[in-house]
Ligand binder design. Structure first.
Ligand SMILES: [Mn+2]
Length: 309
């Protein structure tokens, strides 16, 4: 089997390259179906570049765990130009390689447009079992088709749900959707496979409360995969996204929710998608994405090592 992954010649995420690390980092520069402004193909490169300037010890931590554990940056998935289905298949194969062959316990995937989540969750299902999905996104991405196309960033969650790859899905921070998407969501909620914590509820409650609602819904899931679309965050913090949506959430709020989801569920992977570096003045969105990854990974390592919280 040909493995479509290109290893890096320049820099790795955080420059902490350790082949034996239980954590893998994979770039997926997919940028085929953007409907407004593109640029997601530069996401992995921008996040790696920003990560070189980040300190690993942060805000009173007395142990900088990532320094010890390291990260195995596998490089970027080699995509098939103009062939979205083939590209998604390659993402799945690289995920299976990371979990099964390399025995990684946690995989970070940096996009790329949101469509990559379809390949990533297929990879989790093939390697570990049907995941439950936590999606943090301004949008539902639940359209049956968008502009006459059935597979793109605006339909990806509909495809994920329809093909039965996942067990359940919870959305956090959604604020912009079409009437059709809302109807589809209601149908999924009636079936008990979907649950939404709207932006409004996120603003009214603490991250701990929102995370505990999500965790209750995820009870009994074998494993959990988190998909973080950077546009869930307010554009004042994260302007460099493909489809900005005003009135979003604060980054620290998102990090606090993620921390508790890692603490209370079996999270095996995280993707960060829809970053658009050409629209990212001062690289602030790339730096924020890198910091979010570091904060999540610190909690993942603490959990792996059975630390007290
Ligand atoms: Mn979105």
């Amino acid at each position: 089997m040909q493995l479509f992954v290109r290893s890096l010649c320049e820099t790795s995420f955080l420059e902490l390259q350790r082949r034996e690390s239980p954590i893998a980092f994979i770039g997926v520069p997919l940028d085929e179906s953007s409907s407004y402004r593109s640029g997601a193909r530069w996401g992995p490169e921008a996040v790696r570049r920003a990560s070189r300037s980040l300190e690993l010890c942060f805000d009173g931590d007395d142990e900088c765990v990532l320094e010890r554990v390291g990260i195995d940056d596998l490089g970027d998935v080699v995509l098939a130009p103009g062939d979205l289905r083939e590209s998604i298949g390659r993402i799945e194969r690289v995920m299976v390689f990371a979990y099964r062959e390399l025995r990684k316990r946690f995989v970070v995937v940096v996009g790329g447009e949101h469509t990559i989540t379809l390949g990533a969750v297929r990879g989790v299902k093939s390697s570990i079992g049907s995941p439950c999905l936590v999606v943090m996104d301004a949008h539902l991405d639940l359209r049956s088709e968008y502009l006459g196309s059935s597979l793109n960033h605006a339909t990806v969650m509909k495809r994920v749900v329809d093909e039965g790859t996942i067990d359940r899905v919870v959305w956090i921070g959604v604020r912009a959707y079409s009437r059709d998407e809302l109807e589809e969501l209601k149908r999924l909620e009636l079936q008990g496979i979907a649950y939404v914590l709207w932006r409004r509820e996120c603003l009214e409650h603490t991250p701990f409360f929102v995370a505990s609602r999500a965790v209750s819904f995820l009870k009994g899931c074998d494993c959990v995969y988190v998909s973080l679309d950077m546009d869930v965050i307010d554009p004042s913090y994260a302007p460099g996204v493909q489809t900005p949506e005003p009135l979003g959430l604060e980054p620290q709020w998102i990090i606090n929710v993620l921390r508790r989801i890692v603490e209370y569920t079996n999270v095996v992977g995280l993707d960060i998608v829809e970053l658009s570096p050409p629209n990212d003045p001062g690289e602030q969105t790339a730096f924020l994405a890198s910091r979010i990854i570091v904060e999540v990974l610190k909690n993942v390592v603490k959990k792996m090592e059975g630390a007290r919280w």
